[in-house]
Design a protein around this ligand. Structure first.
Ligand SMILES: *Cc1c(COP(=O)(O)O)cnc(C)c1O
Length: 443
């Protein structure tokens, strides 16, 4: 028991960047289970060596280490990778989180008057300014934002949605289900591929609470398709709410030196509001490049109504997300795309990635520099790729190679028998770590 215990207490299971060893209580529990298993095997007639028992203990410690929430290197080329935590935060946003969360803050307190304040006064009002909205509020995520808007503005009444937009976004966010949960009644109009203004107009009644447009995000319809632009719906009467999903604040990307071609017709919050949308909703951690959050921006009277709804309390954002978002909003207001890691990664010239790929490949026998295609991910821009560069290594057993890389905390992908590490999503400070791991597995 003592030996097994010291194995567990002293071992991090070879995992980088995880706590050095298991807490004592957990180690005792695991040690007991390791010894019980060994005893059962001995009683079953097997011979069990001490080394095998210690090996079992090490394996379990490693399993626990791998299950802990920890940083990984994203070499997949998917910039907003939902399984890998979506958008990374930059130093300023992280510092803001640290400052606000390590002590007390004016989260719901007005420093000017000494009275109770609202958590929507900080990041919310800055984000509103950044996208040209009268007001904005922040909730836990965009799914909650949509649900809350529907519940607060349309419960018991009708919401008109195009049949082409009754989509599933992934992770179980299905527009008809969200609608049902919110208590609003769905009125479907148009067809899967074509919906016109007249379809919405015909469906309007005294019961209509809103027109909802949902960005199809993770799929794309091509060919004989038509949808009614927000401009054409705004004059119909009911408020038009647009779930744009990705959180592109402004289609003209003034925070970048050059507008990326791959953004194509991704809808921007500012443009939807200018076109007459009463509200837009979007995620904080997709193309906005911030923490997990959902933003509701638009008409001040509607934002106020939504904020008063009881559900708002259940889906409110926490101070850490609000601190990070405030910092991200500042970066947008300063047109400083460099301060937002997502945009820095997205806008890195391929030539810079190639230079880094050459350095990585030089340190890894059998690695080749290859042109790759990165993607925005997170449901934005399906089918559109971002020219990128990385390294490729021919491997005989792709699954084993990917597994070995994962043990080193690196997630890559396999394409046609070769393992590909796309450098667009790798922080340059991780290049040496990536090269070292690749060199180890190809030895
Ligand atoms: C991603 C997405 C959502 C869900 O947003 P979360 O922040 O993941 O809750 C909802 N609607 C659209 C259109 C999306 O793209």
């Amino acid at each position: 028991m003592t030996k097994v215990l010291s194995e567990l207490l002293g071992s991090s299971g070879g995992q980088p960047r995880t706590p050095g060893h298991l807490p004592h209580g957990l180690a005792v529990e695991v040690a007991r289970s390791v010894i019980d298993d060994a005893r059962a095997r001995v009683e079953g007639g097997e011979s069990v060596t001490e080394e095998a028992v210690l090996g079992d203990a090490r394996r379990r410690a490693a399993d626990i280490g791998r299950s802990l929430l920890q940083p990984v290197v994203n070499a997949t080329g998917v910039i907003v990778h939902t399984n890998l935590g979506r958008a990374p935060l930059g130093p300023a946003a992280l510092a803001a989180v640290g400052e606000v969360a390590s002590g007390y803050s004016n989260l719901e307190f007005r420093l000017d008057r000494g009275t109770r304040g609202s958590r929507h006064e900080h990041a919310g009002s800055l984000l509103a300014r950044a996208c040209g909205a009268e007001a904005a509020m922040v909730v836990n995520n965009n799914a909650a934002a949509v649900m809350l808007v529907l519940a607060a503005l349309a419960r018991g009444r009708e919401v008109i949605v195009s049949r082409g937009e009754l989509v599933e976004i992934g992770g179980g966010f299905r527009v008809p289900d969200v609608m049902a949960e919110s208590g609003a009644r769905l009125v479907e109009v148009g067809t899967t591929n074509r919906t016109r203004r007249a379809d919405y107009e015909r469906a309007m009644s005294a019961e209509t609470a809103m027109i909802l447009r949902v960005h199809a995000s993770n799929y794309r319809m091509v060919g004989f398709v038509e949808s009614a632009p927000v401009e054409s719906l705004a004059g119909l009467g009911p408020p038009v709410v647009v779930d744009i999903g990705s959180g592109l604040l402004d289609e003209s990307t003034p925070w970048l030196a050059e507008r990326p071609a791959w953004l194509q017709d991704e809808p921007g919050a500012r443009q939807c509001l200018e076109a007459g949308a009463a509200l837009v909703t979007f995620s904080g951690d997709k193309l906005l490049g911030g923490p997990q959050a959902g933003v509701i921006a638009g008409r001040a009277d509607l934002v106020a109504t939504v904020a008063r709804h009881p559900l708002a309390r259940a889906v409110r954002a926490d101070k850490m997300a609000l601190a990070a978002l405030q910092s991200v909003a500042f970066a947008y207001l300063a047109n400083d795309g460099d301060a937002i890691p997502l945009w820095r990664m997205a806008a890195t010239p391929v030539s810079a990635l190639r230079e880094r790929a050459e350095a990585v490949a030089a340190a890894v026998p059998s690695a080749k520099v290859v042109d790759t295609e990165a993607v925005a991910g997170g449901g934005s821009l399906p089918g559109l790729t971002i020219p990128s560069c990385g390294v490729s290594i021919e491997v005989s057993d792709a699954d084993a190679a990917l597994g070995a890389l994962r043990s080193a905390g690196i997630v890559a992908r396999v394409d046609a028998g070769a393992m590909i590490c796309d450098l667009r999503t790798v922080d340059p400070s991780d290049d040496t770590r990536l090269a070292a791991a690749l060199a180890t597995i190809t030895r």
